[in-house]
Design a protein around this ligand. Structure first.
Ligand code: HSE
Length: 434
């Protein structure tokens, strides 16, 4: 039998503590599954005195994660410190340089430095494993890298941020404000330390950049993701979406198109009958469209200590079994430069909500502007129930378009604003169909 795999864990927050508990709870099963024991031998965290409900006796303690990363007493460095740069990056680089395999949940670091780290790990003939970086406990990284290895992938999209899905789900179901829902998500521990990462779409963008690399064999390129958050979504949008047979979700979408690969994160209307529309609360889901499998969807907890620890422990188990396959599915040198499709060429349906001055010809003028841009309308709804009015003399009117181009819709909306028929900046939400 192989000697035990010695693991050092940096970061003993919710996830780190859960990893230690899970490794202990599954000790015997993992030993049988991996053909060797897995022992945590050393840890690193900022505060030695904090009671984490863990027995840390017998483990070496390093205040500096870089020192842990270089320790001769570990074979695997588990990075749960967080942050794109700083100590997490320094320790990960140091661990790989010292010949350790690395397991990380750090989506921000991977989105910005994934290629460098993957290449370094390959040079050292060590593994870099990243399952916990995307969608918490859902094994989507392994699915793309291994389970779908025989496919050409056309599109991967999903709900990748539990905080945003929790906020949108509660706003829709309970008709309560964005601010109240965000405060509750923070209290429940779903949100990032800085929640603008969640609601601004940046957390989703980091995860999407990683999925894109895995799906399309491209170099991770977080700067090529077009990002819009959910801050502008109102109860009126959720109500209008509901009336029209849609639900609003923050989606990350990566898609192969004639003009390159689209990577976009934005609030999205999805048909209420679609599988992704059923995903509520903190749950995440990822849909993959590919030539052989056609479509597959994985859903599960996207945040939380034990769910994320499930992914970390699976990665440690792979390393214990000797899996050194490349982090992003292809050798780092074979990953191609991502050819970015400009947002202006995006093709799809759109929802446009305007607060229209209540006077003859106003709605017709908007329809005319759409027609000028060759935009075909699927539906127009004007509702003037008490309480649904926007600015003083304005009524909310929603338009759903058939497939058109982003450039056309932007030009049409700009013309509508210039015409002076609307009382507020129009709301534009893209529609993603199955
Ligand atoms: N803040 C993240 C979320 C945690 O809400 O999904 C997991 O990355």
């Amino acid at each position: 039998m192989l000697p035990p795999l010695r693991v050092g864990v940096a970061g003993l927050g919710t996830v780190g503590a859960a990893v230690l508990r899970l490794l202990e709870r599954q000790r015997r099963t993992l030993e049988l599954r991996c053909g060797r024991a897995i022992h945590v031998t050393a840890v690193s965290a900022r505060d030695r005195s904090r009671d984490r409900g863990l027995d840390l006796a017998g483990l070496a303690w390093h205040d500096d994660p870089v020192v842990l990363a270089q320790s001769p007493d570990i074979d695997v460095f588990v990075e749960l410190v967080g942050g794109a740069d700083g100590p997490a990056l320094a320790a990960t680089r140091a661990a790989i340089a010292a010949g350790k395999s690395v397991v990380t949940a750090n989506k921000a670091m991977l989105a910005h430095h994934g290629l460098e780290l993957a290449a370094a790990a390959e040079t050292q003939k060590r593994a870099l494993r990243i399952e916990a970086s995307v969608a918490g406990g859902i094994p989507i990284v392994k699915t793309l890298r291994e389970g779908l290895a025989g496919n050409t992938i056309e599109r991967v999209y999903g709900i990748l941020n539990g905080t945003c899905n929790y906020i949108l789900s509660r706003m829709e179901a309970e008709k309560i404000s964005f601010a109240t829902c965000l405060a509750d998500a923070q209290a429940l521990g779903y949100a990032e330390a800085d929640p603008t990462f969640d609601i601004g779409g940046f957390d989703t963008a980091h995860k999407l950049a990683i999925l894109t690399s895995l799906a399309f064999g491209t170099r991770v390129d977080a700067d090529a993701v077009a990002v819009e958050g959910i801050e502008t979504i109102t109860l009126a949008d959720l109500q209008a979406a509901d009336d029209l047979g849609y639900r609003v979700k923050l989606l990350g979408v990566a898609k192969r198109t004639a003009s390159g690969i689209e990577q976009r994160v934005h609030p999205t209307m999805v048909p209420k009958s679609s599988a992704i529309a059923q995903i509520m609360g903190v749950t995440n889901a990822v849909v993959v469209n590919a030539d052989a499998v056609r479509e597959t969807m994985l859903s599960g907890p996207g945040a939380g200590g034990e769910a994320t620890a499930s992914a970390v422990v699976a990665d440690i188990a792979d390393i214990a079994k000797g899996d050194l396959s490349p982090c992003f599915g292809l050798p780092a040198s074979a990953l191609s430069t991502l050819e970015r499709a400009p947002m202006q060429t995006h093709e799809g349906g759109y929802y446009v909500r305007v607060a229209l001055h209540d006077r003859p010809g106003a709605a017709a003028a908007i329809a005319m502007r759409m027609a000028e841009m060759q935009i075909s309308l699927e539906s127009i709804v004007q509702r003037s129930k008490p309480g649904s009015r926007g600015a003083m003399d304005a009524v909310p009117v929603t338009f759903i378009t058939h497939a058109t181009h982003e450039g056309a819709i932007r030009r049409a909306v700009a013309a509508v604003v210039a015409d002076g028929h609307v009382a507020e900046k129009p709301q534009v939400i893209r529609i993603e169909r199955e």
